[in-house]
Design a protein around this ligand. Structure first.
Ligand code: PLP
Length: 387
């Protein structure tokens, strides 16, 4: 099996060794974002790509993807205006967050958004009233085993409910575009897509009319500390399942990738605040960035970022790695191997941190400012926004 391995540098060396800037900060390489988009485009040329803006909403990232031809999965009127503000046409947007107020649906429709994902009768009714005639996809709840950050039942509906939602949407004058699902983020089992595509085919059969669009969601993984299956394996599994389950009139396909497009483009540069041997006998390493400064996905150690320091290659020993705030939950990893030479003031870099990092940072917990983001373009040798 070919895999994507964490041994390959996740981002250009020039970005890793970025110019000195106040710590912490996130550097995002636009050339890597464009390269990942091109890779996904080549692996699944038959699928429309809607980039999940929530993964990294930096204007320069959105502009790079818009320039490459991407559409956008948006979750709120705020994201809609951000993307439209860059000049993206509203037809390239999919409002995929089914939890929203009538005013938010009306605002989206007023801005020209036509495609919505839904998963409840209540939301279908809201759509019919606030976005009459809009195109809808009904989101299925699917098996998320193998995902590092599953949705845990928050979204989607059962196959039987999906049939009834499709019928309800049709009866209320909405345009029934099709079905969607999300197999959970950082999904390391390509077969998860095959099962979900099978479920979608059953729902389409129950509905009794062909669906014209099947949105396969996001979930495509990146190699953090461990290798993950190659993208080609996901593409082959998806293609085979679509042929098998929709042999007569296959729907058009869409994907909503977030993590895959931006994670490996980012390096979070931080430094060590303190190293102390504590009452539990353990070595505690406190960094100047933590759970509330952008590393939200370390909750439950769901995402194990690869770490780099200037002492790499030297002897290592176990440590607890914690963030700087006064919250007891601000502990990143309870048992991680770090260089024994690590001292206060040393740099510590979190690799492949371009997804779900700055967008999750608190606006000021403990008086700490939001994570600054600096976009560079190693492909063009130019520098972008600093915030
Ligand atoms: C509706 C929807 N689509 C796509 C994504 C992107 O998923 P991923 O980053 O796993 O590709 C998310 C992530 O939360 C999501 O909620």
């Amino acid at each position: 099996m070919t895999t994507q391995t964490p041994d390959a540098p996740p981002v250009a060396a020039s970005v890793q060794a970025s110019a000195p800037r106040p710590s912490p900060h996130l550097v995002v390489d636009l050339a890597t974002v464009r390269a990942r988009y091109a890779e996904l485009r080549a692996a699944l040329p038959e699928a429309r790509i809607y980039y999940a803006v929530k993964a990294n909403p930096e204007p320069a990232v959105l502009a790079a993807l818009a320039g490459a031809g991407s559409g956008f999965d948006v979750a709120s009127p705020g994201e809609i205006s951000q993307v439209l503000g860059l000049g993206a046409p509203p037809e390239l947007l999919c409002y995929a967050n089914p939890v929203r107020k009538p005013a938010e649906v009306a605002a989206a429709a007023g801005a020209g958004v036509r495609l919505f994902v839904t998963d409840s009768a209540e939301d279908v009714d809201v759509l019919a009233a606030a976005a009459p005639g809009a195109s809808v996809m009904v989101r299925l709840a699917v098996d998320e085993a193998g995902a590092a950050t599953p949705f845990g039942g928050k979204f989607g509906c059962s196959p039987a409910e999906a049939v009834s939602l499709l019928r309800r949407a049709l009866a209320l004058g909405l345009d029934v575009a099709g079905l969607s699902f999300h197999v959970g983020s950082q999904q390391v089992r390509p077969v998860a897509w095959a099962h979900a595509i099978g479920t979608a085919a059953q729902v389409a059969a129950g509905f009794g009319a062909p669906i014209r669009l099947l949105d396969l969601g996001g979930g495509f993984p990146v190699p953090y500390r461990d290798a993950v299956p190659a993208l080609a394996e996901y593409a082959t599994t998806i293609r085979t399942a679509v042929r098998q389950h929709f042999p007569h009139r296959p729907p058009a396909l869409a994907v909503e990738p977030g993590r895959f497009l931006v994670a490996e483009a980012g390096v979070l540069h931080a430094c060590v605040v303190r190293v102390s041997r504590r009452h539990d006998g353990r070595r505690w390493v406190y960094a100047d960035v933590g759970r509330y400064g952008g590393l939200a996905e370390t909750e439950g150690e769901a995402i194990g970022y690869r770490l780099a320091t200037e002492h790499d290659g030297g002897p290592e020993a176990p440590a607890v790695l914690a963030g700087p705030t006064c919250d007891g939950d601000d502990v990143l990893y309870r048992d991680v191997s770090l260089p024994v030479a690590l001292r206060a003031g040393d740099t510590i870099r979190f690799l492949a941190a371009g997804a779900y990092c700055a967008s999750y940072a608190s606006v000021g917990f403990n008086g700490l400012p939001p994570l600054p983001v600096h976009c560079v373009d190693t492909g063009a040798g130019t520098s972008g926004s600093m915030r």
